[in-house]
Design a protein around this ligand. Structure first.
Ligand code: S3P
Length: 172
């Protein structure tokens, strides 16, 4: 039986959590979300961690959670959009089958428009520019870290899941 973990990467609003939850269900695996694990472990919101400890404090916690999750076999992990910026995280992700969920900036803006829990967007007065800048800075890391890239723009959830399942079948 294949026990390699499946990790989803991509920018905020790319659908990692909803795709991950459904994928885990279909593959009969447990599902974990790094942000959710941080919130449960600390008992406070991501926002609060950014306020008190800054982004650096949040990134340390994120790395610790990823380390813990990578030690659990056979799971699906949805990661925070910034997970790829640290080399240490990218190295850990090498032990997983990594799926990059890519989509258009237009979709990302639409999907994050109502979000008030993401500190990097919450304090931005130009969300479109912030998302563009983040994508520009991270795209190379997403591509380099991913085993497969799935374009999710305008696709129904079941189509995305089928594409990932086909990629898994071929690659692992
Ligand atoms: C972040 C993305 C967020 C969360 C934090 C930082 C980022 O997760 O980890 O707000 O740096 O892109 P999602 O990608 O799940 O929104």
């Amino acid at each position: 039986m294949k026990t390699i973990n499946i990790a989803l990467i991509g920018l905020m609003g790319s659908g990692k959590t909803s795709v991950g939850r459904r994928l885990a269900c279909v593959l009969k695996r447990d599902f974990f979300d790094t942000d959710f694990e941080i919130v449960t472990r600390t008992g406070v919101t991501i926002d609060h961690i950014f306020d008190v400890e800054g982004e650096e404090g949040f990134r340390k916690r994120e790395t610790q959670i990823l380390k813990d999750l990578c030690n659990i076999p056979n799971i699906v992990i949805a990661t925070g959009g910034g997970i790829v910026i640290k080399e240490e995280n990218r190295t850990m992700l090498n032990s997983c089958f990594v799926v990059y969920l890519s989509t258009s900036i237009k979709q990302l803006i639409k999907r994050t428009a109502k979000s008030d829990t993401r500190p990097l967007l919450k304090y931005s007065n130009d969300r479109a520019k912030t998302l563009c800048d983040l994508l520009k800075a991270r795209e190379g890391f997403y591509q380099k870290t991913a085993d497969v890239t799935i374009d999710t723009a305008d696709k129904k959830l079941y189509v995305i899941i089928n594409e990932i399942k086909n990629a898994i079948r071929k690659e692992i």
